[in-house]
Design a protein. Structure first.
Length: 206
């Protein structure tokens, strides 16, 4: 079985880091099933440890990627107006319960000296940080700080709204409840009018 998992690991999307040990994850899942009083050898569960191991490796692939690789300015541009990319889908794992939280990330920045990013790079930056064991608050600041430090723009604003299954499926069980976090740096922090303009564009409300 160890050989099989090693082969599966080589085929995972994104070329998982060797530090992802699918065998260890699968053994842990098997213990969970046994702890729940289940029979890991019954037909419906026999492949579950392998499937869960692959799922966790995929959901945490960003742990083994360098997010700064996505913050490479495009050369020769003079754009200096606000850039906003809205509704970037994100999915992450809460590090407290290993339960998913899913939602949307909105990124705004004001270029300086013509330094801009390809639009897809903003989505890739959000994806890299979300595919880790995370807290939503840290995810928001990680994206904002990396963009601010790597691009040196006038300002950066990141807003994330997400639904946490650790709250909607367990505990208080409030389905539909969303958590909204924001990180505001540079010109967006110093100028309330610029911040309000960005927020209005993100929310669609004047």
């Amino acid at each position: 079985m160890a050989t099989k998992f090693s082969e599966e690991q080589d085929r995972l999307p994104g070329k998982q880091s060797p530090t992802v040990n699918l065998d260890t994850i699968a053994r842990g899942v098997r213990l969970i099933l046994e702890g729940l009083g289940e029979d890991p050898e019954r037909a419906g569960l026999r492949e579950t440890p392998r499937r869960v191991a692959e799922m966790f490796a995929e959901l945490t692939a960003g742990m083994h990627e360098d997010p700064t690789a996505h913050v490479v300015p495009l050369p020769g541009d003079k754009h200096d107006e606000m850039v906003i990319v809205k509704d970037i889908s994100i999915a992450s794992l809460c590090e407290h319960h290993l339960a998913p939280f899913v939602g949307k990330c909105h990124i705004a920045y004001i270029p300086k000296d013509g330094r801009i990013l390809g639009i897809s790079k903003l989505a890739r930056l959000a994806e890299t940080f979300s595919r880790r064991l995370q807290l939503q608050e840290r995810l928001t600041t990680d994206i904002a700080n990396t963009l601010y430090e790597g691009l040196a723009p006038v300002g950066v604003m990141v807003v994330i709204e997400a639904e946490h299954t650790c709250m909607t499926l367990r505990g208080v069980r409030k389905s539909g409840a969303k958590t909204v976090t924001s990180a505001v740096l540079g010109g967006f922090r110093n100028d309330p009018r610029t911040r309000a303009e960005a927020m209005a564009l993100i929310t669609g409300r004047e």
